[in-house]
Design a protein around this ligand. Structure first.
Ligand SMILES: Cc1cc2nc3c(=O)[nH]c(=O)nc-3n(C[C@H](O)[C@H](O)[C@H](O)COP(=O)(O)OP(=O)(O)OC[C@H]3O[C@@H](n4cnc5c(N)ncnc54)[C@H](O)[C@@H]3O)c2cc1C
Length: 464
């Protein structure tokens, strides 16, 4: 534990630093966010005649993408089943095809552009340790077989399982190295450049960074959780899920493995490390980071390994289990809600939005239409609203010892001599101190801040 790093294993490296925007710009397309989505969109438009600018508020790849498990997998826990239940087999099959297409294209790009991102072909396993899920996995196997995919029965010593299947033709890679491989040769990427406000004036959007203004015809919001509520009303269209991860030195044969349902266990190998994810739950229930990290450490110690890296990560779950990718209003696009499978979906989003912009057909436009309506959503919406409110209350009632009242009666966070407001600048939710990663986290919408109050992850786009 002495050398434990409280950061994702992917962030432990040296990457190109892009400069901060320091002048006004007039472009055709502004891409907001430099995760897998924004970077893939920029990549897909490299050869177009559009003048594009990518603004990233922190560092490229350092938010959700750079804290993921880095799997390129189409055997995605219970997601395909949920899509079949919410829609039908045809929709689920199209979603499955979109994932396989995305994996194939990512591998093609890596080979064509010689991207050094530690890509490795591995078999992907899906398992359950619950009796009532054995038939569900058998049903997944049947569905995949009927879709032309070979599925095998499997086993692994890494987890206790009652039934396990696996597929071939899936991969693991290093997500931050991949993104840098996509865009490091671009001179239109700006880091430490946060978009704080977007206004429409005539035909153009005027986007404010606080210091400069970017005029643009098109805007692509690739910021994960959107920092604005209108027009998309995102808080009622998705919920957030948090997971805890570790990377431990270990000599295990290459593998990618995931449990069928919550609480998820997700495992993969990376060089001589085993990456182990556990304790996933809705963000609002993940307020005791110490306990969750403790339980994760116990699980890896049962495998006789110790964490060298510990970190957590948050992704957006949509009500109908399909992502939102496409146009939300005139000349404004969004791509988010990947249900923890955003490396495939984020890359796909880059291809879909670029095809719309270039007037090319894309078979997934309708499937991921962000303006789709589905009755199932309504029921879940009530749960989501409740979760948002209870997250808000938990933040305020946090028994966190670092929260003190200042002389003027306002609540402040006191850590390492600094004194900060305990309210998230996004929507005013109370922040909770994550004593393992030493961050202040919003239990409502997932924004994160370092101990000096600097914003690490949105939707907040200001420091505390
Ligand atoms: C624990 C965990 C493990 C996962 N593992 C996998 C996996 O193995 N395989 C898989 O396919 N998916 C995985 N996912 C899902 C996947 O990581 C995400 O869905 C995906 O990375 C999201 O990409 P993104 O580009 O939308 O968001 P991000 O990577 O978060 O990028 C958005 C960027 O926008 C920037 N930004 C935000 N607001 C602003 C603003 N106002 N101005 C400028 N910039 C802004 C942020 O700083 C950020 O860099 C995992 C998710 C979790 C939580």
């Amino acid at each position: 534990m002495i050398y434990l790093k409280r950061v994702s294993i992917w962030k432990d490296g040296n990457y190109k630093k892009f400069s901060k925007l320091d002048e006004d710009k007039d472009v055709d397309l502004l891409i907001i966010g430099g995760g897998i989505t924004g970077s893939s969109l920029l990549y897909h438009l490299k050869k177009s005649n559009l003048k594009v600018l990518l603004a990233e508020q922190n560092r490229v790849g350092y938010s959700v993408t750079g804290s993921s498990t880095g799997k390129l997998n189409f055997l995605q826990n219970d997601l395909i089943d949920s899509i079949r239940n919410n829609y039908n087999d045809e929709v689920a099959r199209l979603y499955l095809k979109s994932q396989m297409d995305s994996i194939r294209k990512i591998v093609e790009v890596i080979n064509k552009d010689n991207i050094d991102c530690d890509i490795k072909k591995v078999n992907s396993y899906l398992y359950t340790n619950k009796d009532n899920e054995i038939d569900k996995i058998k049903e997944v196997k049947k569905f995949l077989s009927e879709s032309g995919i070979e599925v095998f029965d499997g086993k692994s010593d890494l987890v206790k399982s009652k039934y396990m299947i696996y597929v071939e033709g899936t991969y693991v890679f290093h997500p931050i190295k991949f993104i840098h491989g996509l865009i490091d040769d671009c001179d239109n990427v700006y880091e430490k450049t946060s978009i704080k406000k977007i206004e429409k004036r005539g035909e153009k959007y005027i986007c404010h960074t606080g210091r400069n203004v970017i005029k643009t015809k098109y805007v692509a919001v690739c910021s994960h959780y959107p920092f604005f509520n209108i027009p998309f009303l995102f808080p009622i269209k998705g919920s957030l899920e948090k997971s805890y991860l570790s990377a431990c030195k270990s000599r295990v044969n290459p593998i990618s493995l995931i449990s069928y349902s919550k609480p998820f266990i997700s495992i993969r190998t990376h060089k001589n490390y085993l990456i182990y994810l556990s304790n996933s739950d809705s963000l609002n229930k993940c307020t005791d980071d110490k306990k969750n990290f403790g339980e994760l450490c116990k699980k890896v110690s049962d495998l006789n390994i110790n964490p060298d890296y510990l970190w957590s990560n948050i992704d957006i779950m949509t009500n109908d289990c399909l992502p939102y990718i496409g146009k939300i209003k005139d000349n404004m696009f969004i791509a988010t809600g990947y249900n923890t499978w955003g490396l495939t979906n984020g890359f796909s989003a880059g291809s879909i939005i670029s095809d719309i912009l270039m007037n090319r057909d894309n078979e997934y436009v309708k499937l991921f239409n962000p303006k789709r309506v589905n009755a199932i959503k309504y029921l879940k919406t009530i749960t989501d609203i409740y979760e948002n409110i209870s997250g808000y209350v938990k933040g305020f009632n946090s028994s966190n010892k670092s929260i003190k009242k200042s002389k003027d009666g306002k609540s402040t966070l006191k850590v390492h001599g600094s004194s900060l407001s305990n309210k998230c600048p996004h929507m005013g939710c109370g922040l909770i101190y994550n004593c393992i990663e030493k961050t202040f986290d919003c239990p409502c919408h997932g924004s994160r801040f370092d101990i000096k109050g600097r914003c690490l992850s949105g939707p907040a786009n200001n420091d505390i």
